[in-house]
Design a protein around this ligand. Structure first.
Ligand SMILES: Nc1ncnc2c1ncn2[C@@H]1O[C@H](COP(=O)(O)OP(=O)(O)O)[C@@H](O)[C@H]1O
Ligand SMILES: [Mg+2]
Length: 352
């Protein structure tokens, strides 16, 4: 294969855009990735970039670079330049270099789609901001109450006890938050390998529910189970699945007012076991549902905090179920109740 055809193949197959323009802005070459990026149809060789791209951030950047290259001889000495543009919700990084030492002959552009990088960057920034905020709130309370006590509040034993109780509650919430953050971070960085085995889900649900009996009773909530007696085992990591059930049951009881009920049902459907945690609680407005599994997303931040929540429970649930190749979702009607459901594959040779 001669060099030209090798280079052509590379340009055609590479996952970045390549565009070559002459000094007047006429297109000498555009690779398929480039035309796909901007949804350009047909052969555009020989046409002017201005006519093809229309008014856009990209065109502005290109024309600016061309002008500099041709008029000011900017690129004759320079190595070229790199710019970032935002085009219809997508972000691109463009590297512009002269075709040859003689800048007047035109420019080559290499275009990389960095939308995903930007998105991840934004999520990270958001996350750090959220964590800082979540930690600062209880810390500010702890400091406030401690200072009040030091300023003489200690003399009254009743105040002392009350304030120490508040301090203790906030400290507990902070440590719970840090525990949840560590779990999430380990799940996300795959540092916590799943130990997937056949798990008797019937037995697991019964024992977790048993642990919530008192909490439900104290709140006047009926906690019921409805599971087939011959439920097959599921493919899961036992400890992680326990965590899923704890998080869902904790929420169901927490967000259901007194005299309500929580029902855990498990059934078999096409090779999977489906678990539903149904409550007759406050429900979730439909506008919040798409985001409810996001980290720190809550319908009512203040109420969640008041109840000692970290806002990470459902994010952990989603992570675990997805890592186990299951599905998880919620259906809810405000003031009527919510049903959180997930599915897990049944273990092979499990009797149905
Ligand atoms: N069963 C439920 N009923 C009503 N709202 C719920 C239920 N489960 C979760 N939510 C809503 O989803 C939010 C996120 O839940 P979660 O991630 O467990 O955080 P937390 O319970 O710490 O607030 C809660 O703050 C609440 O607004
Ligand atoms: Mg929760």
């Amino acid at each position: 294969m001669e060099e030209v055809s090798i280079l052509k193949t590379i340009a055609r197959e590479m996952l970045s855009g390549v565009l070559v323009l002459d000094r007047g802005g006429k297109i000498l070459y555009a690779n398929p990735f480039f035309t796909r990026c901007f949804s350009i149809e047909g052969d555009i060789r020989g046409r002017r970039i201005r006519a093809v791209m229309g008014k856009s951030g990209f065109l502005k950047a290109v024309e600016g670079a061309l002008k500099e290259a041709v008029e000011d001889g900017w690129m004759a000495e320079a190595e070229g330049g790199e710019i970032e543009i935002n085009e219809k919700d997508r972000f691109f990084k463009i590297r512009i270099v002269p075709i040859s030492r003689d800048a007047a002959s035109g420019v080559m552009l290499f275009l990389r789609d960095i939308t995903e990088e930007k998105r991840v960057e934004a999520i990270k920034k958001d996350f750090v901001a959220n964590v800082s905020h979540e930690l600062r709130t209880p810390l500010a309370s702890i400091k406030g109450y401690a200072e009040t006590l030091l300023d003489g509040g200690m003399e009254d034993e009743k105040t002392l006890k009350e304030f120490l109780g508040v301090i203790d509650r906030h400290a507990t919430r902070m440590s719970r938050l840090i525990d949840d953050l560590l779990v999430l971070s380990k799940l996300e960085s795959h540092q916590m390998p799943m130990v997937v085995e056949a798990v008797d889900i019937r037995e697991l649900i019964s024992s977790i529910a048993e642990g919530f009996k008192k909490q439900a009773l104290d709140k006047g909530i009926r906690l019921e189970l409805s599971m087939a007696s011959a439920l097959p085992s599921v493919l899961s990591d036992r400890v992680r699945l326990e965590q899923v059930m704890v998080n869902l049951l904790d929420n169901a009881i927490k967000y259901t007012p007194a005299a309500g009920s929580v029902l855990v049902a498990a059934s078999v459907t096409n090779g999977t076991v489906r678990v539903d945690v149904r409550d007759t609680g406050m429900g979730i407005p439909s506008s919040d549902i798409p985001r409810i599994f996001e980290r720190f997303y809550r319908v009512d931040r203040a109420r969640s905090r008041e109840m000692g929540g970290t806002g990470l429970g459902l994010a952990i649930v989603k992570h675990i179920i997805h890592a186990l190749n299951g599905r998880v979702w919620v259906e809810s009607t405000p003031a009527k109740g919510s049903t959180f459901s997930f599915t897990l594959k049944t273990a092979p040779h499990a009797s149905v």
